[in-house]
Design a protein around this ligand. Structure first.
Ligand code: ADP
Length: 274
């Protein structure tokens, strides 16, 4: 990444909620077209960081900057966490994508023919043409995720944020969505930041990861970050990063009890309780 070519700069951001420090001095940058995963156990601050980037949460100190943006949010697309749709909701996949034009758009609406063409193009880009006329609530988790990504991308934002988009998907859909995001980031030169608690499907594909633990973060290429010494420094106690059967497992053998409990609840941040 060339100096000064960043799209997003998160600069020494600290956030407190209800008097509790949730993010501490979080610092990283994203270049245009970069694919980045925000990794951390449940409760580590991922959603809070995404909301801070979106401008929904105000940092106590530090700043979030988007290159060349006067209205930051207009340059961002967002896929929120765990939306569940009633199968009877009379909304087709195509309608959901089309609604993506309406959030935050000022001025005259696009003429309907152009709008329809852009929706078709976006449905095609995410591989949703085959179920475009079906109701959203009837679609599988992976199909719904494709539609929500198209909804968030139809205005061509420069940054796409996704909160745990892989959380309720089966293994095959996880792999498909990760590859889809990889392709969209490259084709559209959109930077993508997605949060996840399981990093295994992501590590081989990501340009960069931001690893959060207890509100502090370390950022870099996956192989720079997911290392015993780096994560031990971040957690503040000894962590083992173990590669077994092609998977990465973070083992906290010496963690304080409450951390043990939190890590053990998380399928990938496996704690080897001594
Ligand atoms: P994640 O997305 O990684 O699961 P969150 O950002 O949702 O983490 O939460 C990080 C921490 O901040 C959690 O301990 C959570 O309980 C706490 N938190 C979230 N929202 C609030 C709030 N409005 N007031 C106080 N604490 C909060």
């Amino acid at each position: 990444m060339n100096a000064g070519s960043e799209l997003l700069s998160v600069e020494h951001v600290s956030v407190s909620l209800s008097g509790r420090a949730v993010l501490r001095d979080v610092n990283f940058k994203l270049a245009p077209g970069e694919l980045c995963a925000l990794i951390g156990a449940n409760g580590s601050g991922k959603t809070t960081l995404l909301k801070t980037i979106l401008g929904l949460v105000r940092p106590q100190s530090g700043a979030v900057r988007m290159a060349g943006a006067s209205g930051r949010v207009s340059g961002m697309g967002y896929v929120p966490q765990k939306i569940s749709f009633d199968p009877n909701l009379p909304l087709r996949a195509r309608d959901v994508v089309s609604l993506g034009f309406d959030g935050g758009r000022l001025g005259l609406p696009l003429p309907s023919r152009e709008r329809r063409a852009r929706v078709d193009q976006m449905l095609n880009a995410v591989g949703a043409t085959g179920f475009a006329e079906r109701r959203l609530g009837e679609l599988s988790g992976g199909q719904q995720q494709r539609v929500l990504i198209a909804h968030a991308l139809v205005r061509r934002p420069r940054l796409l944020l996704l909160d745990e988009p892989l959380a309720s998907l089966d293994v095959r859909s996880v792999a498909e969505i990760v590859l889809l995001l990889r392709r969209l980031a490259t084709e559209y030169e959109t930077s993508v930041l997605l949060s996840a608690h399981d990093m295994n499907a992501l590590l081989p594909v990501m340009d960069r990861i931001v690893y959060l633990a207890n509100g502090s973060a370390v950022a870099g290429k996956p192989e720079e970050v997911v290392r015993t010494e780096v994560l031990s420094r971040l957690y503040g106690y000894h962590i083992d990063v173990v590669r077994v059967h092609g998977r990465v497992v973070v083992i906290a053998a010496e963690a304080p009890d409450e951390i043990h409990a939190a890590i053990a609840r998380d399928p990938i941040h496996t704690a080897e309780v001594p």
